[in-house]
Design a protein around this ligand. Structure first.
Ligand code: PGA
Length: 253
C-alpha cells in the first residue's frame, strides 16, 4: 500500500516581523534541497504571507497560514478567509492548533466549519489534534483524540479524508522541551491511522500524512520520523531558526 508522503511544516506562530520573516524564508530557501524528498512548508504570521510567498516562489517550498475562517468575506473582525489566503500566495492552512483551542475558543465544530471552507477553496489543510496532560494522566488519550478527529472530519467523504494532513500534537509537549517519546507518539499515530481506516478504508488511510508536533528538534527528529506511522512534523520553536528547521526537514527524508 502506498505510504504517505513526508511533510514537514514550520509553524512560526506569532513571531517574526516582515523583515525577519523574509530573512528566515530566504535562509530556508538557500539551504533546502528538493532531493530530500520532503514536502516542506513554512507558516508565517498573516502580515508576512505575501512577502514570504514571493521570496519562495519557484523554490518548491510551500507557504501556509495558521488559521482561516469559514466565510468568504463579511463582518468577522480579526479573521481572514481562504480566498484571502490564496490571494496572498498561501496554499496550506493549519487548523485546530491547540493554542487556538486553549486561548481562542476553537472547538471541534468550528474546526470542522473552517476545514470544509479551506477544502472547498482547494487549499491544503493541516488539522491538529492532541490531548492535555490531565487527559493523558486520566487515561483519556484515545477518547479525546477520537472525539477531535471525528469532530473535525464530520461530513467528509473518503475522498475528502484522502486530501488531509493531520498533526498529532500532545499539548503537554508543545513548547515545553518535553517531546513525546517515539513510542508514545507512534501509539497515538497508529490509533489515528485506525480511525482513518474505519472512515475511509485502508488505502486512503495509508496515504494521509500524519505529522507529529511538540518539541521536535534536530536531535530527536530522526527517531520520531523513523516510526512507521509518523510521516513528518509540525515544528514550532525549532522552525524559527533556518538551520535547525532544515536539519529537521532533512531528517524526514
Ligand atoms: P513546538 O511547537 O515545536 O515549539 O513545541 C509545535 C507546534 O505547536 O506546532
Amino acid at each position: 500500500m502506498a505510504q504517505a508522503r513526508k511533510v514537514v511544516a514550520g509553524n512560526w506562530k506569532m513571531n517574526k516581523t516582515h523583515a525577519e520573516s523574509l530573512a528566515l524564508a530566504k535562509a530556508v530557501r538557500a539551504g533546502w534541497s528538493a532531493g530530500w524528498g520532503v514536502e516542506t512548508v513554512v507558516c508565517p504570521p498573516f502580515t508576512a504571507i505575501r512577502a514570504v510567498a514571493e521570496a519562495l516562489a519557484g523554490s518548491g517550498i510551500g507557504v501556509g497560514v495558521q488559521n482561516a475562517h469559514w466565510e468568504a468575506s463579511g463582518a468577522y473582525t480579526g479573521e481572514i478567509s481562504p480566498a484571502m489566503v490564496q490571494d496572498a500566495g498561501g496554499r496550506y492552512v493549519i487548523l485546530g492548533h491547540s493554542e487556538r483551542r486553549q486561548y481562542f475558543g476553537e472547538t471541534d465544530a468550528t474546526v470542522n466549519r473552517r476545514l470544509k471552507a479551506v477544502m472547498a477553496a482547494g487549499l491544503q489543510p493541516i488539522v491538529c489534534v492532541g490531548e492535555t496532560l490531565a487527559e493523558r494522566d486520566g487515561g483519556r488519550v484515545e477518547a479525546v483524540i477520537e472525539r477531535q478527529v471525528r469532530g473535525a472530519l464530520e461530513g467528509l467523504d473518503a475522498g475528502g479524508i484522502g486530501k488531509l494532513i493531520l498533526a498529532y500534537e500532545p499539548v503537554w509537549a508543545i513548547g515545553t522541551g518535553r517531546n513525546a517519546t517515539p513510542q508514545q507518539a507512534q501509539e497515538v499515530h497508529a490509533f489515528i491511522r485506525g480511525l482513518l481506516v474505519k472512515a475511509a478504508g485502508p488505502a486512503i488511510a495509508a496515504s494521509v500524512p500524519l505529522q507529529y508536533g511538540g518539541s521536535v528538534k534536530a536531535s530527536n527528529a530522526a527517531e520520531l520520523f523513523g516510526q512507521p506511522d509518523i510521516n513528518g512534523g509540525l515544528i514550532g520553536g525549532a522552525a524559527l531558526d533556518a538551520q535547525s528547521f532544515l536539519d529537521i526537514v532533512k531528517a524526514a527524508g
